[in-house]
Design a binder for this molecule. Structure first.
Ligand SMILES: [Zn+2]
Ligand SMILES: [Zn+2]
Length: 274
C-alpha cells in the first residue's frame, strides 16, 4: 500500500464510515452513499395478488375491490388524488434505507431512492411537473433538508421534468402515528396551500413523497392542487405501508426513530411518517 493510498483511505475513513450503515459489511468502493451495493439493490418492487386500480393499495383478497377494481376509499372519492404509485412495501431494507435517508442525515441516498421512484413512475400517463410534498419550515430547519424535495429533484433529472414547489405547508401538523385514516384526514385538513394558482391550472402533476402510510397527507396536498385547477394529480412514493395485515399496521404505528451516535438507524423505530 503506497503512502498516497494510505492517505486517501485515511481521508476516506474520516468522511465515510468503512462499513455499510445497513448491513455493517465493509464498503469497498468510494461512494457518496454509505451503503453497500447489495443493500441498495435489495428492495423489491411491490407485488400483490390484488391491487386497487387507482391507488394501487395491495390486498390479500379481491373482496375490498368493486367491479371496476377500486378500493373503498377510491370508490367513495376520499383519497384526494387521482392515482397513487409506490416502488415497494415500507418494510425490511427499503424501510431502513428511507429511515437512514431521513433520520440518519444521509441526503445522498436521494440518488438511489429516486432511481426506485423512476422505476415506479406511471408510464401510461404524461406529466407537466413534479411537485415535492412540502414540509413545514420548522421541521425542515430541524432536519436540514426536505427529503421529498431531494427525491423530486433526483426524479426530475431522470424523467426530464421540471420540479415546481407549488404547495406550501401552512401549519405544522401533530404526528399522524396512532391515528386512524379518518382522524389523519382531519388532522391534515388545512395544512396545505397552493403558492400560485395560475401555475397549477390545467397541469398534470406527479406529487412526490417518501412514504405513503394511509394516504391522508398526500391526499390533503393533492386536494389543494385539484381545487386550484390541476388536471390530474398522481402521488408517487418510494414505499407504501402494507395494510394487508393488522400486525404490519400496528408495527407501522409504533415505529420510532432511533439513531446511534454514528448516525446509523436501527430497525423498527422512527417517528412521524406522515
Ligand atoms: Zn449493506
Ligand atoms: Zn384505491
Amino acid at each position: 500500500v503506497s503512502a498516497a493510498q494510505k492517505v486517501s483511505s485515511g481521508l476516506f475513513a474520516l468522511v465515510f464510515p468503512d462499513t455499510c450503515r445497513i448491513c455493517d459489511s465493509p464498503l469497498s468502493e468510494v461512494s457518496r452513499v454509505p451503503v453497500c451495493r447489495r443493500c441498495l439493490s435489495e428492495p423489491e418492487p411491490l407485488s400483490a395478488e390484488y391491487l386497487c386500480i387507482n391507488c394501487h393499495a395491495p390486498f390479500v383478497t379481491p373482496h375490498p375491490l368493486d367491479a371496476e377494481g377500486r378500493c373503498g376509499l377510491c370508490r367513495r372519492g376520499l383519497t384526494g388524488f387521482d392515482s397513487a404509485y409506490a416502488f415497494g412495501i415500507y418494510d425490511g431494507t427499503l424501510r431502513r434505507l428511507i429511515q437512514l435517508f431521513k433520520y440518519g442525515n444521509v441526503p445522498t441516498l436521494a440518488g438511489p431512492l429516486s432511481l426506485l421512484l423512476s422505476l415506479a413512475a406511471p408510464r401510461e400517463r404524461a406529466f407537466d411537473a413534479i411537485v415535492p410534498m412540502p414540509m413545514h419550515w420548522r421541521r425542515r430547519w430541524q432536519r436540514g433538508f426536505n427529503q421529498s424535495e431531494l427525491l423530486a429533484r433526483g426524479l426530475g433529472r431522470r424523467m426530464n421534468l421540471p420540479v415546481e414547489s407549488l404547495v406550501r405547508r401552512r401549519k405544522s401538523t401533530p404526528p399522524q402515528a396512532g391515528l386512524t385514516g379518518a382522524q389523519r384526514r382531519t388532522n391534515v385538513s388545512g395544512a396545505f396551500a397552493v403558492r400560485r394558482a395560475e401555475a397549477v391550472g390545467g397541469k398534470r402533476i406527479l406529487l412526490i413523497d417518501d412514504v405513503l402510510t394511509t394516504g391522508a397527507t398526500a391526499g390533503a396536498c393533492a386536494s389543494v392542487l385539484k381545487r386550484a385547477g390541476a388536471a390530474h394529480v398522481a402521488v408517487l412514493t418510494v414505499a407504501r405501508a402494507d395494510r394487508r395485515s393488522s400486525d404490519a399496521d400496528a408495527a407501522q404505528m409504533s415505529f420510532q426513530k432511533s439513531a446511534t451516535p454514528s448516525g446509523s438507524v436501527r430497525d423498527a423505530k422512527s417517528g412521524s411518517t406522515t
